[in-house]
Design a protein around this ligand. Structure first.
Ligand code: GTP
Length: 331
C-alpha cells in the first residue's frame, strides 16, 4: 500500500517555530511529527510514502538521507508552487505513478486510527473514496460530514456556523482513494480536496466515510501541538520518558508534565510546567515556563516568565526578568 502525505503547508499558525522548520519536522518528544505519522502508517501496512512538499523541502530530504522512516520507503514530490490539498495529492500521486488504491493524509494529524481497517471498509463500500471522520465538540472550524446508514456521504460542509452543523463528525484528514480521484484534478491546477473534489464526489455518490472516535489531534496550532506532545508523556496516550537523557536539570528546578529536549539545560530554581522545551534550550535561574513552547536553542533569561501559550522561536533570546503571556517571540 502506498500513501501520499501532505507536508507542504506554511504552518503559519505555529510561527515562529515554523519560520525555519516545517511543521511536520518539529519534534514531538524526541521524534519529528512526520516520523510519528509515518511509523503509524508503516504499522498498518504502508510500505512507500510520497511526501507532497512545497515549503522548505530540502529540510525533509536532508533529515532522511537513506530515504526511509521506520522501514517505510520515502519519495519526494516538490511542487513548483503551492497546489492546495487536492492539487498536491494528485501531483505527488502522479510523480510516483500511483495506479492502485492509495492512502492520502494530512501530515499534521496524530491519531491511533485503524488505517488497515479503513482500507478494508473502503473496499467493502466499493466507492471512489473513503474519509475518516472524528467527533469534535465545536465543528464550526472544520469540514462537517453528513452520511447515510450505508456510510455514503450526503453532504460535505466546510466550516459551518455552529448552529447549522448537521453533525459533529468532521473530516479527520485521512483518506483512502481509488486512482480515479487523481483524474478529477487537472495537472498543475490549484485545487482544494475538501472544497472542490469532495463536493464533486458527493454529487456523483462515490464518496463514503467511516466514523471512528479514537485518539485524534490536528497538531497545527500551538495549543494542539502542545497537547499531542504532552499526551505522550502524561499518560493520556502513553507514558514515554519526558526528559531527554542528556538534558541537565538543576537539582532544585521543578519540571512537571513537560518535555525537555536533548541537551537542554535548566538552571537552579527554574519552574517548567505543561511546556515543551526543544533541544538545546537554556532556561535561566528562577525562570518560569508554564503552558508554553520554547524553540530549539532559545535562551530564556533568569527570572523571566512565559505563560499562556507563549511560543518562542528558534535561537531567540528572552531577556532576564521579562514577562510574556500568550505571546509569539518574535511576534
Ligand atoms: P497553517 O498555515 O497554520 O494553516 O498550516 P498549513 O499551511 O499546514 O495548512 P493546513 O494545516 O490547513 O494544511 C493541511 C495539510 O495540508 C498540512 O499537512 C499541510 O502541510 C498541507 N498543505 C496545505 N496546503 C498545501 C499545499 O499547497 N501543498 C502541499 N504539498 N501541502 C499543503
Amino acid at each position: 500500500m502506498r500513501a501520499v502525505i501532505l507536508v507542504g503547508g506554511f504552518g503559519t499558525r505555529l510561527r515562529p517555530l515554523t519560520l525555519s522548520t516545517p511543521k511536520q519536522m518539529l519534534p514531538v518528544n524526541g521524534f519529528t511529527m512526520l516520523e510519528r505519522v509515518v511509523a503509524h502508517l508503516g504499522a498498518h501496512g504502508v510500505t512507500e510514502a510520497v511526501l507532497a512538499l512545497g515549503y522548505l523541502p530540502e529540510i525533509f530530504r536532508e533529515a532522511y538521507p537513506d530515504d526511509t522512516i521506520a522501514g517505510v520507503r520515502l519519495h519526494y514530490a516538490v511542487e513548483p508552487e503551492p497546489l492546495d490539498t487536492g492539487g498536491a495529492i494528485c501531483f505527488a500521486a502522479r510523480s510516483i505513478g500511483i495506479d492502485d488504491t492509495f492512502i492520502a493524509l494530512n501530515g499534521d494529524v496524530i491519531t491511533d486510527l485503524n488505517i488497515a481497517g479503513l482500507v478494508r471498509q473502503h473496499r467493502s463500500f466499493g466507492g471512489e473514496g473513503t474519509v475518516h471522520l472524528t467527533p469534535v465538540d465545536d465543528p464550526s472550524r472544520f469540514g462537517v460530514v453528513q452520511i447515510d446508514d450505508d456510510g455514503r456521504v450526503l453532504a460535505f460542509i466546510e466550516k459551518p456556523p455552529a448552529h447549522e452543523a448537521p453533525s459533529n463528525w468532521i473530516n479527520a484528514g485521512t483518506y483512502v482513494f481509488e486512482p480515479s480521484v487523481i483524474e478529477r484534478v487537472p495537472p498543475g491546477e490549484r485545487v482544494s480536496i475538501e472544497r472542490t473534489v469532495f463536493p464533486a464526489m458527493v454529487a456523483d455518490r462515490t464518496l463514503y466515510a467511516v466514523q471512528e472516535a479514537g485518539y485524534w489531534v490536528d497538531a497545527g496550532t500551538p495549543e494542539s501541538y502542545l497537547k499531542v506532545a504532552l499526551d505522550l508523556v502524561n499518560g493520556v496516550r502513553s507514558a514515554e520518558q519526558a526528559v531527554a537523557s542528556d538534558a541537565t536539570v538543576a537539582f532544585d528546578a521543578q519540571v512537571t508534565e513537560s518535555i525537555v529536549g536533548a541537551g537542554a539545560i535548566i538552571e537552579p530554581g527554574a519552574v517548567i510546567e505543561r511546556s515543551i522545551l526543544h533541544p538545546g534550550v537554556r532556561i535561566g535561574e528562577g525562570a518560569r515556563v508554564v503552558d508554553s513552547i520554547v524553540g530549539t536553542r532559545a535562551r530564556i533569561g533568569a527570572r523571566a516568565r512565559l505563560t499562556d501559550l507563549t511560543v518562542v522561536g528558534q535561537s531567540v533570546e528572552v531577556g532576564a526578568n521579562s514577562t510574556h503571556a500568550g505571546r509569539k517571540l518574535p511576534g
